[in-house]
Design a protein around this ligand. Structure first.
Ligand code: PLP
Length: 372
């Protein structure tokens, strides 16, 4: 199989698997127990936490582990809404956000939050003048992602955070696709990340919280994570997340240069007739979302079972619904259905990527002939 779905998830780095192994096989103590073994597990978790915090490079806050970034985003939104000062009842977000943000916002709106979902420009970028016109003293929180999972387009997070702060609102950033791949933008009060997008294990995410911006507790129980997020932590997952973060920090420039070269190789190998969805200047180059007139993306995926790629997000691919992100760029239903996402990363070899692109291009041509 040629794996080109690095936005859906990344392979576990061998270094990470090795770091996790003792915590899966031998060291089973509860990290919240007072025994010597418990203390050892707790210390390992704290090393993991420090590594993730250091790799995130943000100051003035601290990290709480969660079960996923979806949980972190739910917590940030619902917990901030619960603690909102009187008179601040509005959340502003963007049409291209992940479902973990959009669906949670919709849920909050059903409970009385005043929700504004801003459109994006045809290149996928948010118009900051539009945002500025929407901001006022009723806004509680602005939620915008740094790198989009479907099209790789980046948003000016620091400027957005400054604008949110100027009207007294909090800024939440979904940095799931940015963390470990590019430098995280400074400014947000709440930042969600996930281990399995940075060559770490599935089943663990985290919310970075600026001091003073703590959302109300989301999961109640034993009072772990400073009373904010109860539940026994998994030393194996926390150690794995820490190891993946440290590795990502050490390799960030090397990994970035690698995907940039791969982007060039892929676009050359695909040949003519493809249109890139979203901005070509403001994007992460490990995400190549492209469309072709008349292409049936789902059929292409079904024809090429030895290449793992997708229509958009893993969720959108599974549902059969055209991607809400592509629709937000102004693509019609047919154009959205003729789009595919190729995602590559640390372990992608140029040769296999070029081979996959040749096969994709050949099958796309064959579809055109059949349909002609
Ligand atoms: N946000 C973005 C941008 C993502 O790509 C994903 C994963 O697909 C998530 C949030 C959810 O992350 P998790 O799988 O850790 O719940």
């Amino acid at each position: 199989m040629i794996y080109l779905d690095y936005q859906a998830t990344t392979p576990l780095a061998p270094e990470v698997a090795k770091a996790m192994q003792p915590w899966i096989e031998e060291k089973f103590a509860n990290p919240h127990s007072p025994s010597r073994w418990g203390n050892e597990a707790e210390a390992a978790i704290e090393v993991g936490r420090k590594r993730v915090e250091t790799a995130m490079g943000l100051t003035g806050g601290s990290l709480a582990f969660t079960g996923s970034a979806t949980e972190a985003l739910n917590w940030a939104l619902k917990g901030s809404a619960e603690k909102a000062p009187k008179g601040r009842n509005r959340i502003i977000t963007v049409a291209t956000e992940h479902a973990a943000v959009l669906d949670t916002c919709e849920w909050l709106a059903a409970g009385g939050i005043d929700l504004t979902v801003l459109p994006v420009q045809p290149d996928g970028r948010l118009d900051l003048d539009l945002l500025s016109r929407e901001l006022d003293e009723r806004v509680l929180l602005v939620a915008v992602m740094q790198v989009n999972n479907e099209i790789g387009v980046t948003q000016p997070i620091t400027e957005i955070a400054d604008m949110a702060h100027a009207c007294g609102a909090l800024m939440l950033c979904d940095a799931v696709q940015a963390f470990g791949r590019v430098e995280l933008c400074k400014g947000p009060d709440l930042v969600a990340v996930s281990a399995h997008k940075i060559y770490g294990p599935k089943g663990i995410g985290a919310l970075w919280i600026r001091k003073g911006a703590e959302p109300a507790p989301f999961i109640h129980g034993g009072g772990q994570e400073r009373g904010l997020r109860s539940g026994t932590l998994s030393p194996a997952l926390c150690v794995g997340f820490g190891a993946a973060a440290k590795l990502a920090e050490e390799r960030q420039h090397r990994d970035y240069d690698h995907v940039q070269k791969l982007w060039g190789a892929a676009t050359r190998a695909l040949g003519k007739g493809w249109i890139i969805n979203g901005s070509t200047n403001h994007r992460y180059p490990g995400n190549l979302n492209i469309r072709r007139e008349g292409l049936d993306g789902a059929r292409l995926i079904a024809d090429l079972r030895d290449i793992a790629f997708s229509l958009g997000s893993a969720c959108a691919s599974g549902s059969g619904r055209p991607s809400h992100v592509l629709r937000a760029l102004g693509l019609d239903y047919r154009q959205a259905r003729s789009s595919i996402r190729l995602g590559f990363g640390r372990y992608t070899k140029q040769k296999e990527l070029v081979e996959a692109c040749h096969q994709i291009a050949a099958h796309a041509h064959a579809q055109e002939k059949l349909d002609a």
